[in-house]
Design a protein around this ligand. Sequence first.
Ligand SMILES: Cc1cc2nc3c(=O)[nH]c(=O)nc-3n(C[C@H](O)[C@H](O)[C@H](O)COP(=O)(O)OP(=O)(O)OC[C@H]3O[C@@H](n4cnc5c(N)ncnc54)[C@H](O)[C@@H]3O)c2cc1C
Length: 198
Amino acid sequence: MVPCQSILQVSLGVAMDFSDQPPMMNFPLAEPVWLGNIKHDRLVLKHYCFDPHMAPEGKSALSIWCAADPDYWHWLWKDKTRYRQHKDEVVEIVIDALDRRFPGLGEAVEVVDVATPVTYERYTGNWRGAFAGWALTNRKMSMMMGKGMDKTLPGLANFHMIGHWVEPGGNVELSCASGRDVIKDICHERGLPFALEE
Ligand SMILES: Cc1cc2nc3c(=O)[nH]c(=O)nc-3n(C[C@H](O)[C@H](O)[C@H](O)COP(=O)(O)OP(=O)(O)OC[C@H]3O[C@@H](n4cnc5c(N)ncnc54)[C@H](O)[C@@H]3O)c2cc1C
């Protein structure tokens, strides 16, 4: 089983209007950049201009997600000054790379936030700062198309597990659906009817 990738996220509030850009862009960089201990030759940028509540008119909320090594960020975290310096460096590198693609962006940045795998672990409890549980590989895809992952454990009566560790590829919808499926299983075990409310 392969867990989901740990992530590093840079969020920016910029005084630039991205509404005429695709909401998600995956683009190559003129030169590769090191973010933490991982070299990246592309960046994935999302903007949220489809929702007018996300930024004042004429401005945009942007986020950049990329793969990160949780062990490296945990090691940095042991020295808070060093950790914060690395976060600041990451912001600088990302803004510089984006400025090459969107000239003027560097000057337009008004708000900055960086979340590392340590941040995700601290705030969400997600293992190793990943965004979900098991990654969705081809093998798991066929399992999920069939009977899915077991939500019980042998020898442990009355135990049912729900959430993204029993729904590879995990997300909010699948986690919620696993709760519904477990209720359905319990009803079936107890011979009770199961009906969804309209
Ligand atoms: C940055 C980020 C962005 C994401 N974006 C999206 C997105 O756009 N769309 C999407 O669908 N999904 C997204 N996800 C994934 C999604 O949030 C998760 O897959 C989903 O929330 C998992 O739900 P869950 O109920 O399994 O776990 P969680 O939501 O983590 O809930 C588990 C709960 O159990 C509690 N808990 C843990 N241990 C204990 C304990 N011992 N005792 C009591 N309580 C405990 C935790 O505090 C937590 O409240 C994102 C995740 C991250 C981190």
